[in-house]
Design a protein around this ligand. Structure first.
Ligand code: C2E
Ligand code: MG
Ligand code: MG
Ligand code: MG
Length: 280
């Protein structure tokens, strides 16, 4: 009896493995096709300058809809793309698309919006990254001062001198570098000294903590002070409520993003937003 049980368990294990492999392969094929057939989409979330209460730029956020699988959130497929090796091609696609779109909006509406693109630590660590960015700048005609690259704090975890060098080269081109999800990773303040970034993006987990009874305000205030002491600008992510906004304003946060102002918008909806705010 024991033997047959083990046999069944083995079979079960094998079937699960095969199933997992099939699923993985299916997802990889689908993502690869979506990329090649231009079926990925970018949405854009406005960034608001709290000094002027105007939209000064937008973050490009990737969207993937598959007819069979439905909407797959980037928090799920980006890590997958990093594992199966598609992330570099996706990064190039996103960069190109976002720069072309930003250039178009700025020309069409006589604006100087800065577009922010999320780049995987894997991608930015490739040796040809800076050359690729230069090509995209040349092809799309975007002013590099209107391009921002967001890298997560995770990128710094096992950083190399090469990565620091890459960041310096990008900044020398005029590109803004932001540290995304600040406060959530394995951040050591020591990294901040070494990494020549321009902007700290405070993760929404800290914004969520802004309620009077908690120490959240002290934390936000300290993060903003730290950034300013290091000559960095501050963006707060995930602002959903007026009370959060007021605290951020009071403590000198420069920029905010969040549902309070707007969700990430399709190209058409973002166009409506800028047209309306220009004519207002
Ligand atoms: P992120 O770069 O930190 O982007 C912010 C995320 O917070 C976005 O989720 C955005 O939709 C969401 N968000 C913005 N405001 C609010 C708010 O007020 N409340 C709440 N609850 N959420 C808000 P999204 O679009 O699902 O993206 C998740 C993550 O996936 C991004 O985090 C980024 O790490 C990654 N990602 C998205 N697009 C790309 C891409 O093109 N390339 C790479 N490498 N990663 C990407
Ligand atoms: Mg981001
Ligand atoms: Mg973030
Ligand atoms: Mg994130």
């Amino acid at each position: 009896a024991a033997k047959s049980t083990r046999g069944n368990q083995y079979r079960l294990y094998r079937d699960n493995m095969d199933e997992a492999n099939d699923k993985w392969l299916l997802l990889e094929t689908k993502l690869h096709q979506a990329l090649k057939q231009d079926r990925l989409e970018l949405h854009y979330q406005p960034k608001i300058d709290l000094k002027t209460d105007t939209v000064i730029g937008m973050e490009a956020l990737l969207r993937w809809y598959d007819p069979e699988l439905g909407h797959i959130p980037p928090d799920r497929f980006i890590p997958f793309a990093e594992e199966c090796g598609l992330i570099n091609d996706i990064g190039v696609w996103v960069l190109h698309k976002a720069c072309a779109q930003a250039r178009f909006w700025n020309e069409a509406h006589n604006l100087t919006l800065r577009v922010a693109v999320n780049i995987s630590p894997i991608h930015i660590s490739t040796s040809s990254f800076v050359d690729m960015v230069c090509e995209v700048i040349a092809e799309t005609g975007i002013d590099p001062h209107l391009l921002e690259i967001e890298i997560t704090e995770m990128s710094m975890l096992d950083y190399t001198e090469d990565l620091i060098d890459t960041i310096k080269q990008l900044r020398a081109l005029g590109i803004t570098i932001s540290l995304d999800d600040f406060g959530t990773g394995y951040s050591s303040l020591n990294y901040l000294k070494k990494f020549p970034v321009d902007v700290l993006k405070i993760d929404r987990a800290f914004v969520r903590d802004i309620v009077p009874e908690k120490s959240g305000i002290a934390m936000i205030s300290a993060m903003i002070s730290l950034a300013h002491a290091l000559n960095l600008q501050v963006v707060a992510e995930g602002v959903e409520e007026e009370a959060e906004l007021n605290v951020l304003r009071e403590h000198g946060c420069e920029y905010v993003q969040g549902y309070y102002f707007s969700k990430p918008l399709s190209v058409d909806d973002f166009t409506d937003l800028i047209v309306n705010s220009v004519t207002k």
